[in-house]
Design a protein around this ligand. Sequence first.
Ligand code: MN
Length: 214
Amino acid sequence: MNTTKKFEFQPLPYSYDALEPFIDKLTVEIHYSKHHKAYHDNFINAIKGTEMESMDIKDIFRSISKYPMAVRNNSGGYFNHTFYWENMKAHGVGKPTGKLSEAIVKAFGSFDEFKKQFSDAGKTRFGSGWAWLCLDDKGTLFICSTPNQDNPFMDIAEKKGIPLLTIDVWEHAYYLKYQNKRPDYIEAFWNVVNWEEVAKRCENALKSLDLKII
Ligand code: MN
């Protein structure tokens, strides 16, 4: 398969201004068309002529420690951003429903407690990185954060899991509107979470683990 097609730069699933007023148009435009695009292009260049061209990106992540740093940074930057765009939407419903909601209550005690812990993971990530909600191999939800462009699929992650929801806490994700106020951006993020997408990821993750209940 053609590498450019296989690792395509997916279209943004909504218009640049769709997440207003929570995430502003200019931020989304620069973040997607400049930052994300650069990670994609650099990833394609970094794997050119290597075995990675024919690999699944998750298999690259699973053995990321044996590849050059340029692959680690740009494969993560390419994948993480697509994952982030897709777990947001205009007018998010604000709360998960169904099984995912039950799993969150079971793991964290309440939705508010989950929100607090996830937000704290983003706020306390020193420097640049990501906060994640993940499923572990027992089917239990957990929250973690990763530095730079790392993600929980990578073999170097402190705790590995299947990611379900993420927030980008690099300054480029919020600085134009929120300047140094990362907590305000994280608070606004909850208004645009695409819970239907997160629930779908959760179901697929459970299937891949062959678990029926959480
Ligand atoms: Mn970013």
